[in-house]
Design a protein around this ligand. Structure first.
Ligand SMILES: [Zn+2]
Ligand SMILES: [Zn+2]
Length: 389
């Protein structure tokens, strides 16, 4: 089959790879209809995520049609239209039992790498390096879906294919950030990053009862999209001091919950950006924690900060003093989509959450390298490039 493969830093190619096969009784094979690029893929592309090998098929956000099921799959049949959660959970370990699906103890087939980096390994994810299980990704004609009864969800009739694809990763990631970030009715919530995940986190905050939601970015087209489709206030960080502006807009108090949806390749203006860029290039830090620093500094006393953007390792100048002295709660996670998907599919079906506007560029999988170039360099207002294998 055809697949989009990582061939080295900033190098992608469409290649022929072996078709996936059922390997375990709980597997199924899905023929991919849509597979979306995700901001976290850019970290793979840029070489910031360890344990990538040339020829690895990337992609983790997808939906499609079931074409084969293993004997233990009971929830799905050939022909079903499904969306599949990007993280793979076994459904039986302590973590899955406690709805912490991305921490599954059984699906990361290379636990040693994660243990070395982080003490304990997270669960497996499609198409996201050998540190995260080495699973073949979704930028391909077919994908093997392990533990299919837990990770795949039938798409309700009212939801079209293109709207459904973002229920795989962007929608549940955003929802989780607002939910586990502790958003309460009446809160003010600030979200760093107006990409797909940031927009979905902002929408989730509103649906969880936040009174004021402010989304921070620098790209005018993304800020306009956020205002139009998410209904949030926007803040252009290239024009103002974010901390001062947030203080002003919140009556001097600061946001109750700050959600960081940017991750390790954050941008800013001025000397701080240069400092982190050089440190990262010299491998003196893995990640540029610009947005998370700002979130911690801007958060109200006693508030909470949620790290949704992807980080790989060590950062410099982390404001631990602010965290401690202001009594903040800091939390992070990869997404626990299995916990939220039935509820989120209902909300997409009834129009409470809209997603299709994120698919600014839809193209054939053959155009994968071009799509990623547009996405990475934000050409032509690209928010997400979505591929049709
Ligand atoms: Zn993702
Ligand atoms: Zn598990």
């Amino acid at each position: 089959m055809k697949a989009l493969c990582w061939e080295g830093v900033d190098k992608l190619a469409v290649e022929r790879v072996p078709d996936p096969r059922i390997q375990n009784a709980h597997d199924m094979i899905v023929k991919v209809r849509y597979t979306a690029s995700c901001g976290s893929d850019l970290h793979l592309l840029g070489g910031y995520i360890p344990a990538m090998e040339a020829g690895d098929v990337i992609g983790h956000e997808f939906m499609g049609e079931v074409v084969e099921t293993g004997p233990d799959v009971t929830k799905h049949q050939v022909g079903d239209r499904v969306v599949v959660v990007s993280f793979i959970g076994c459904g039986t370990c302590w973590y899955c039992d406690n709805d912490l699906w991305s921490l599954c103890d059984n699906t990361n087939t290379n636990p040693g790498i994660g243990q070395g980096l982080w003490g304990y390994e997270p669960g497996g994810i499609f198409g996201y390096s050998h540190a995260m299980g080495g699973f073949m990704g979704s930028h391909a004609e077919y994908v093997r879906v392990p533990f299919a009864d837990h990770g795949a969800f039938t798409v309700p009739e009212q939801i079209d294919d293109l709207s459904a694809v973002f229920a795989s990763d962007g929608v549940p990631t955003g929802w989780m950030g607002a939910h586990l970030g502790g958003v309460q009715a009446g809160d003010t919530v600030a979200v760093w990053g107006a990409g797909g995940v940031g927009q979905m986190a902002a929408r989730a905050a509103t649906l969880l009862g936040a009174e004021q939601v402010i989304v921070i970015d620098r790209l005018p087209e993304r800020l306009a999209m956020t205002a139009q489709h998410v209904g949030a206030e926007t803040l252009d960080y290239s024009r103002t001091d974010v901390g001062a502006e947030l203080r002003e807009r919140t009556g001097g108090r600061g946001p109750d919950v700050c959600i960081e949806a940017v991750g390790q390749e954050a941008h800013t203006h001025g000397p701080e950006y240069l400092y982190d860029k050089v440190k990262q290039q010299l491998r003196l830090e893995n990640d540029r924690p610009i947005a998370i620093r700002e979130a911690i500094m801007s958060c109200r006393k006693g508030g909470s900060v949620f790290s949704l953007g992807v980080f790989a390792g060590l950062v410099d100048k982390f404001p631990l003093g602010a965290l401690m002295n202001k009594g903040l709660t800091l939390r992070g996670a990869q997404q626990h989509g299995q916990r939220y998907l039935p509820m989120l599919l209902d909300r997409i079906a009834n129009g409470e959450i809209t997603t299709s506007h994120l698919a600014t560029h839809v193209m054939s999988l053959d155009d994968g390298p071009r799509g990623y170039d547009m996405f990475k360099n934000k050409k032509d207002g690209c928010v997400r490039a979505v591929f049709q294998p």
